[in-house]
Design a protein around this ligand. Structure first.
Ligand SMILES: Cc1cc2nc3c(=O)[nH]c(=O)nc-3n(C[C@H](O)[C@H](O)[C@H](O)COP(=O)(O)O)c2cc1C
Length: 212
């Protein structure tokens, strides 16, 4: 199948959305936990989280606009500058999926989706207790992406919780050990299997691929 730009634009809105949401490949599955200044907690699934820098640790995620409904995650982050990012695992992937429903601000997805709020290190945003790899971030900037009317939210890692057994002495984290999941589109979830590990790629250490 080949799709030109015109073909893509001609698709129905939902088909186009589903297709283009899948073409970047497997995306990470995370729940973002926040709290309003009134103390209402909020939890929502996001697949657009990316690494932006390591010293200190920076992550970003893309917040899509929605003119019709309020985006509670965005409102809470703007209000108190704090959020948590919690990996999703297979045993609660269905509950994680349903955090994407458009609940009212005073309804907590933690309650409805039966996930447990956890407060650690005096950080003023809720972690997800069921998640084994999770972090707390302080909001540092919001960058408007004019071409798509979206916003890149950038946060600096304040706390990182990683299971001991999943990290090696070099700091690499084996995401098959943590039972991470991957996401395609807006409703397909995958398990993760580590298939290879290679050394840092140096020009003078390229393997002889002819040998097979
Ligand atoms: C698999 C999946 C991935 C999602 N990823 C994102 C994302 O990266 N950015 C975004 O703005 N919304 C994303 N959403 C939609 C939000 O989860 C949804 O809009 C949610 O209602 C936001 O909650 P809030 O209003 O409480 O912030 C995703 C939904 C699903 C099901």
């Amino acid at each position: 199948m080949h799709f030109s730009k015109a073909d893509i634009i001609d698709l129905s809105r939902v088909k186009r959305l589903n297709m283009i949401n899948s073409v970047s490949g497997i995306k990470p599955g995370n729940l973002i936990g926040t709290q309003s200044n009134d103390g209402n907690t909020n939890l929502a699934i996001f697949s657009s989280i990316v690494h932006l820098g390591s010293n200190p640790g920076y992550l970003g995620f893309v917040m899509r606009p929605d003119e019709e409904v309020r985006r509670h995650t965005f409102e809470n982050i703007k209000a108190n500058k704090c959020f948590t990012v919690n990996h999703i695992h297979p045993d609660f992937v269905e509950r994680a999926h349903y955090t994407s429903a458009k609940f009212e601000a005073e309804i907590s997805e933690f309650d409805i989706c039966k996930l447990t709020e956890e407060y650690l290190y005096d950080f003023p945003a809720p972690f997800v207790k069921e998640s084994v790899l999770k972090m707390a971030l302080r909001h540092v900037e919001s960058i408007p992406i004019k071409s798509t009317n979206t916003t890149m939210i950038v946060g600096e890692i304040q706390h990182l919780i990683v299971p001991d057994h999943s990290m090696n002495e070099k700091g690499y984290i084996d995401l098959s050990q943590t039972n991470a999941i991957g996401i395609s589109g807006l409703n397909c979830y995958y398990t993760v299997e580590k298939i290879h590990e290679f050394p840092y790629a140096r020009v003078n250490e390229i393997p002889d691929f002819e040998k097979g």
